[in-house]
Design a protein around this ligand. Structure first.
Ligand SMILES: C[S@@+](CC[C@H](N)C(=O)[O-])C[C@H]1O[C@@H](n2cnc3c(N)ncnc32)[C@H](O)[C@@H]1O
Length: 253
């Protein structure tokens, strides 16, 4: 049975806090998310809006979609040298289309967009999606990021349903569902532990992979921990190995 990811997540929707000139924006976001607005700083996990944009906060830890931190990677070095770009590129295609079916904080998508890909970012967690939309809008105001950010379109919802609804196939589908639980606790830093509070582990990798395969894109690129198992047990046509991660690629005729 194919399970609906969105319905099966135990979602945490934290309250929204914003001061002064940001209060109206904060109230609007709280209403959109179905959470509460708090003028006083809430205890525990909360969303904060200030002059730096939207962030998810817990005590002294903040998580936001911080695309400016990637500027050095796209300007000092060749964006085509990024592993995700090497894995996704298609010979003879200048601006391929990509569905990032598990967008998260949008870093892989941004690196692809900076290399000329047009990316649709699917994210079903409404809090992560709000962070993503906010980060992309802010990036559009940064001259070095504007062109890439304009090639990024967010789909707020389940990518399995989205992919099933498409009539035109993309060139590439990128999959990076949550890392296996055991690896997470050992490897992922504080901010990822904070994000973990929002989500339950991805429990339907088979449905995700099947939805991508049914689209018959030119390529499916799957990001895995270097020593992680193949997604849904499916052997790729080839893999690109980095120091800590691996990109498994399935190629279709
Ligand atoms: C490991 S993160 C992706 C990180 C991302 N590659 C990056 O560079 O920031 C996985 C994300 O996929 C989302 N996700 C998992 N299954 C999904 C689905 N079926 N539809 C939409 N989003 C999904 C999760 O909510 C999570 O935010």
């Amino acid at each position: 049975m194919i399970m609906n990811n969105a319905e099966n997540q135990n979602r945490t929707i934290p309250p929204v806090h914003a001061k002064d000139v940001f209060a109206d924006e904060g109230r609007a976001l709280a209403e959109k998310l179905g959470s509460e607005f708090s003028a006083a700083k809430p205890r525990g996990l909360f969303l904060n809006i200030d002059e730096n944009g939207l962030s998810l906060m817990l005590e002294d830890t903040a998580v936001s979609v911080d695309l400016p931190k990637l500027v050095r990677r796209i300007s000092n070095s060749n964006p085509h040298g990024e592993m995700v770009v090497k894995a996704a590129k298609i010979k003879g295609k200048d601006s391929p289309t990509v569905i990032d079916a598990t967008a998260g904080l949008g870093e892989d998508s941004f690196l692809l967009a900076a290399a000329g890909f047009s990316v649709t970012l699917c994210e079903y967690n409404p809090v992560i999606c709000a962070l993503l939309q906010n980060g992309i809008e802010r990036a559009k105001c940064v001259p070095q990021l504007k062109a890439a950010a304009e090639r990024m379109t967010v789909y707020a919802g389940d990518s399995i349903e989205y992919m099933a609804s498409l009539t035109e196939k993309p060139d590439v589908v990128l999959l990076d569902p949550m890392f296996p639980e055991r690896q997470k606790s050992a490897l992922i830093k504080k901010k990822f532990q904070l994000i973990q509070q929002l989500e339950s582990p991805c429990s339907d990798e088979e449905a995700l992979l099947n939805a991508a395969v049914n689209l018959r894109p030119h390529k499916i690129v799957i990001k895995r921990p270097l020593k992680g198992a193949f997604l849904a047990g499916r052997k790729p046509d080839y893999s690109l190995n980095g120091k800590a991660i691996r990109y498994d690629c399935l190629v279709f005729a």
